[in-house]
Design a protein around this ligand. Structure first.
Ligand code: PHE
Ligand code: ZN
Length: 866
């Protein structure tokens, strides 16, 4: 059904992994001189270039929107005939094998709304170079396999920009005429240009120190606006914990004398691992009980760790080309996940991570934008900072770690770091180091890098009372994905246990390797049919279907000793009931109610684990279980089950809600767990339709001494209609309207609301005086959240689609990267009924018809129509 859409712009060109070629010229050294000013910044660059290999090709330096004011080779100015521009790049024919090349350009950071390259944010000047932003700052060979030593001189007005930071170590600074000053920074470690950074501004510092395992002292600085200083303590704690953890777990030590972090308000992603100078979206640095939820605290800890860990997995060993992005991102996510687990609860962290994987990555992997963790081609690399590269990439590393065991995995990573230190490496290099260092054959396992799509595993257990044996038949299928109609069987590690219902125990957890399309495993000495616990700990990122009964699932939800499997059994129990209800079948909901009751009344369980486990699967996850998503039926069924659970267990919810009320705020795992359960109890109480529900929520909203309980109460109220809803929204707005990060929560809570009029509310909020397209956090808080609200976004009127498409079109003119990230929800049209699918496609076509559409949005929208 290939239909015609007619994008006005020429199709952007496709870059292929197979086309990789070593660079023609190397750039071992670069000296940069910045004369900084928001309106007009001058950048003078001096590059030492050396010919790489035997060829006659000219020097090609990438540029994006740059005009050379001067070009010099070996100190002599070239006239206009001796260079030219080709698609933004500067081409210079050179005769010798080594030259010095100088360029001068001018930039206007304050009008850079793309937030790539050098830009202004809240009075600061800062940079973002990954993936291809450095070419917006100076002419350079902007590819990650060009490693250079950087020397950077910054000059700026001293009153407006008293702090001048860049990568590496500070060397010297001084004053200039006219109220200006300068600073010189030197980074001794050769690095790719995507890791370059500078910051200039009026910043205050939370200063601390860390002594590394070899006894070197490192000066740590977290730089923020003066009045944000009190909100940096948690980030500093996280940084020191990360540094110690990487030494202890991976034997990796920090390597410079200083480590700086700067928080900026306008940022396209979460944070950036620039060498020695991480730049963060302020939402992942600033936290205090008044404004940050426990999720925010955990986000700060996780992202600080993630960026710090990149110093080895990403910076010391970097990527050869952008097809290898998961080499650094998948591995680093795996590292930060394990760090966070060690700082809190392994069980809860695993549940949270799998929930994220299923919500984002499984959806991506089953839609038109599915790609392997090592893609074969792209138009715009910014579109490949995906959940697949990050989260599935982390799962692939996790499977290797599981198959190897801790010690051999460590031998593999030691070999990887030692062998490739200072190099630009490939995913294949990583796998080879695991094979050699860990002693394992990963031949078939490599398919995880090549094949997209989430494998489905059918697990059927049969028992033969005569032979007293059990047979487990496992069958795998991998659905077709764009460009990959037929798949080969993968190597899938499945942690499995067989429970004896009589004793409630099992004989041990086994790692079954499923490597064939179909495979049988036999277990002996079972007098009766055991209960299957499979994919324990979510050992493989697959979808498992079993023939387990509701009774089996109820048993596992009460008895499984693997916390993830226990959670999973409970979720499956709920899914089965909900899917039945959605299909209009008679279903027995009592098992769900009973299982929740058992959880709530078991005093041995961690409250955080209980809160995770008793939560109903999201509307989107239920949609994933259906051949055609019916948003209204899903919402109705989930709402009804929630009300029933709320009503039948009402006294328990009241009791739990009262017992988990804290006396004073603490950020310990125990206190966080209590708050999670407190909020879950409130949620079910209100869902029960208890007449005093809104009043209880409003009291929690007013009395909470922390944002976790306050925002949860607001969210619960926002789902319904009550005087309390309006009052709480007003109070929240008036209290926090001056604090951008907290005001984001006001937008986000309303956009997430399971409220029948949410689309109209989002439309009104888009015209609110505090809404702006220039701040990515604000855009994500409103439109990003709304596009993830299945019931609201997929309103049968098509209004939700139109709102998001309007936003994409308007935002594309300012910030294509952030605009492109809103496209995928519109691309899931194949999963919906014909009416909705037609409206979604019409919006994609309307977007593509926009004149001057960016490469970013063009790629996402055109692929989404296929
Ligand atoms: N490399 C960053 C990280 O994952 C993400 C990022 C990509 C940030 C592109 C900005 C731009 O840590
Ligand atoms: Zn990263």
């Amino acid at each position: 059904m290939a239909d015609m859409h007619s994008p006005t712009a020429a199709a952007p060109s496709v870059i292929r992994r197979a086309d990789y070629r070593a660079p023609d010229w190397l750039i071992p050294d670069i000296a940069l001189d910045f004369d900084l000013d928001p309106a007009l910044t001058r950048v003078h660059a001096t590059l030492s270039v050396t010919r790489n290999g035997d060829h006659e090709r000219p020097l090609r330096l990438d540029g994006d929107g740059l005009i050379p004011l001067e070009v010099k080779v070996d100190g002599r100015i070239l006239d206009q005939q001796q260079w030219h521009l080709d698609a933004g790049a500067l081409i210079i024919p050179l005769s010798g094998d080594a030259h010095s090349v100088e360029t001068l350009v001018e930039l206007a950071p304050e009008s850079n709304s793309k937030l790539m390259g050098l830009y202004a944010s809240g009075g600061l000047l800062c940079t973002q170079c990954e993936a291809e932003g450095f070419r917006r700052i100076t002419f350079f060979s902007d590819r990650p396999d060009i490693l250079s030593r950087y020397s950077v001189r910054l000059a700026a007005d001293k009153a407006r920009f008293p702090i001048l930071l860049a990568n590496g170590d500070p060397i010297e600074q001084g004053d200039l005429d006219g109220g200006r000053h300068w600073a010189l920074w030197n980074d001794p470690f050769p690095k790719p240009c995507y890791l370059f950074a500078l910051v200039a501004g009026d910043l205050a510092c939370n200063a601390d120190r860390f002594v590394t395992m070899s006894g070197r002292e490192v000066a740590l600085g977290i730089w923020v606006k003066e009045n944000d200083l009190p909100r940096t303590a948690h980030a500093m704690e996280a940084l020191k914990n990360s540094m110690a953890w990487d030494e202890r777990v991976y034997g990796r030590e920090y390597d410079l004398d200083v480590f700086n972090i700067v928080a900026v308000a306008d940022f396209n992603f979460g944070a950036m691992e620039n060498k020695g100078l991480n730049i963060f979206n302020s939402r992942y640095i600033l936290a205090d009980p008044e404004t940050a939820t426990d999720i925010d605290y955990d986000g700060v800890e996780g992202v600080v760790a993630h960026e710090y860990f990149h110093n080895w997995s990403g910076n010391r060993v970097t990527c050869r080309d952008w097809f290898q992005l998961s080499l650094k991102e998948g591995f680093t996510v795996f590292r930060d996940q394990n760090f966070s687990a060690d700082m809190g609860s392994h069980a809860v962290k695993r549940i949270e991570d799998v929930r994220i994987l299923r919500a984002a990555q499984f959806q991506e992997d089953s839609g038109p934008l599915a790609h392997p963790i090592r893609p074969e081609s792209y138009m715009e690399i910014s579109n490949f900072y995906t959940s697949t590269i990050y989260n599935k990439g982390a799962e692939v590393i996790r499977m290797m770690a599981l198959m190897l065991g801790a010690e051999r995995f460590r031998a593999g990573t030691d070999l990887y770091f030692d062998r490739h230190d200072g190099q630009a490496a490939t995913c294949e290099d990583f796998v080879a180091a695991m094979e050699e260092g860990g002693g394992i054959d990963l031949g078939q396992f490599r398919l995880w890098y090549e094949q997209a799509g989430t494998p489905h595993v059918r697990a059927l257990l049969t028992h033969d009372p005569l032979t007293q044996s059990v047979e487990l038949t496992l069958e795998q299928t991998i659905p077709p994905t764009p460009g990959q109609p037929v798949k080969q069987p993968m190597a899938i590690p499945l942690r499995t246990a067989l429970f004896d219902p009589a004793t409630g125990g099992h004989r041990g957890d086994e790692l079954l390797m499923l490597t064939e399309a179909q495979q049988r495993f036999t277990f002996t000495d079972f007098a009766s049919t055991p209960i299957l616990s499979i994919n324990r700990g979510f050992s493989a990122p697959v979808i498992v279907e079993t023939n387990r009964s509701q009774a089996d699932l109820a048993f596992l939800s009460a008895r499984d000793d693997d916390p993830f499997a226990r959670y999973e059994a409970m979720q499956q129990l709920m899914v089965n009931v909900l899917v039945g209800r959605i299909a209009g079948q008679q279903v027995d909901e009592s098992a769900v109610v009973a299982a929740i009751r058992a959880m709530l009344t078991d005093p041995t369980l961690d409250p955080a684990f209980v809160a995770e486990t008793i939560r109903l699967p999201s509307e989107a996850y239920l949609g994933d279980q259906m051949p055609v998503v019916d948003p209204d039926a899903i919402h109705a069924a989930r709402d009804a089950l929630q009300a029933r659970i709320g009503a039948e267990l009402e006294p328990l919810w009241r009791d739990v809600h009262a017992k988990t009320k804290a006396n004073a705020f603490a950020i310990s795992p125990a206190a966080k767990g209590a708050r999670k359960l407190h909020n879950a109890a409130l949620h079910y109480l209100v869902a029960a339709g208890a007449p005093d529900g809104p009043a209880i929520a409003f009291t929690q909203f007013g009395e909470a001494d922390n944002m976790t309980e306050r925002q949860a109460a607001l969210g619960t109220l926002a789902n319904g209609d009550s005087a309390e809803r309006e009052a709480a929204l007003d109070i929240f707005y008036n209290r926090y309207c001056a604090d951008a990060l907290t005001l984001d929560k006001w937008f986000q809570t309303q956009a997430f609301a399971l409220h029948p009029d949410v689309a109209d509310q989002v439309e009104a909020l888009g015209r609110h005086k505090d809404f702006t397209l220039t701040n990515p956090n604000r855009v994500r808080a409103l439109y990003g959240a709304f596009a993830g609200n299945q019931w609201g976004f997929h309103h049968e009127s098509g209004k939700g689609y139109r709102l998001v498409a309007d936003c994409i079109i308007a935002l594309d003119k300012l910030n294509p990267q952030t605009a492109a990230r809103l496209v995928p929800p519109l691309g899931r049209w194949k999963r919906f009924d014909q009416g909705r699918a037609a409206m979604m496609r019409a919006e994609l076509q309307r977007i593509l018809a926009e004149p001057g559409l960016s490469k970013d949005v063009t790629e996402q929208a055109s692929k989404s129509l296929e």
